[in-house]
Design a protein around this ligand. Sequence first.
Ligand code: NAD
Length: 283
Amino acid sequence: MSHTIPDITLNDGNTIPQLGFGVYQIEPRDTVEAVSKALEVGYRHIDTAEMYGNEAEVGQTIRASGLDRGAVFVTSKLNNGFHRPDDARRAFESTLAALKTDYIDLFLIHWPLPTRYDGDFVSTWRTLEEFQRDGRARSIGVSNFQVAHLERLAAEADMVPAVNQIEVHPYFGNQEVRAYGRAHNILTEAWSPIAQGKVLRDPTVVDVAEQVGRTPAQVVLRWHVQRGDIVFPKSTTPERIEENFGVFDFELDDVVMERITELDRGEAGRQGPNPDTFDYIPA
Ligand code: NAD
């Protein structure tokens, strides 16, 4: 089975492996085992966040793996309580310290929080621009930004985000935001790519899986990959970590792709919070 993961070139010239491993909701004590397994299987891209509480364990596992730092692409995200520039600078330093690395491959604003901080996510973004200029963040991007938020950055800031990490899966195509990204050279990273498992029992997905001789998770991840999005499914089960990695040695034809795309339920398919109203700040 071919395990070659394609690299995608970002708008700043850096490259990112199209498939990675997500560690949301993996307890710190389980993170070392899960990430070790992922690296052993061949994943070279880990998606963490300050909010997930497991950056230290991610860094520790990468160092213990014997792989060069440069061989593993690491993403982390600015937590919601730290949008003011000075707080963002401190939070970014804490992220680097927790990971015990002197640079991060990709750093994101986790949520736009348009109803907080007087709606000012632009100064937060300008602070991330500093991290890229000083080389401590190779690439910078955003997460959960809607079209209106991206338009504001385009009007008021210098750099275009390299990625926008948003909820996307067959039940929630998030088409408008994806289309804006495509038109403006912002790559879409699809979070909850299998809707935390909820799309895997869908009759269409099950039918396609039987037709192509793959598992439902592989079919859905392959659908994302063929649409050009970046994915990082999460699992703590070794067999599933392997299963989710096996999506580059088969192809879905146009008819099958369309059948899955048609499962889109629009706003009703959204599983996570709506970024226009989400205002959670951890205590
Ligand atoms: P996911 O869609 O990757 O689903 C994960 C769940 O699906 C697992 O907990 C497991 O129960 C199940 N699963 C995984 N592989 C399976 C398989 N092969 N067969 C059957 N079931 C399987 O959900 P996620 O963790 O929410 O999203 C992936 C990653 O996206 C996260 O770990 C995180 O890195 C990122 N994320 C980012 C944001 C954000 O706001 N930026 C929000 C949510 C997630």
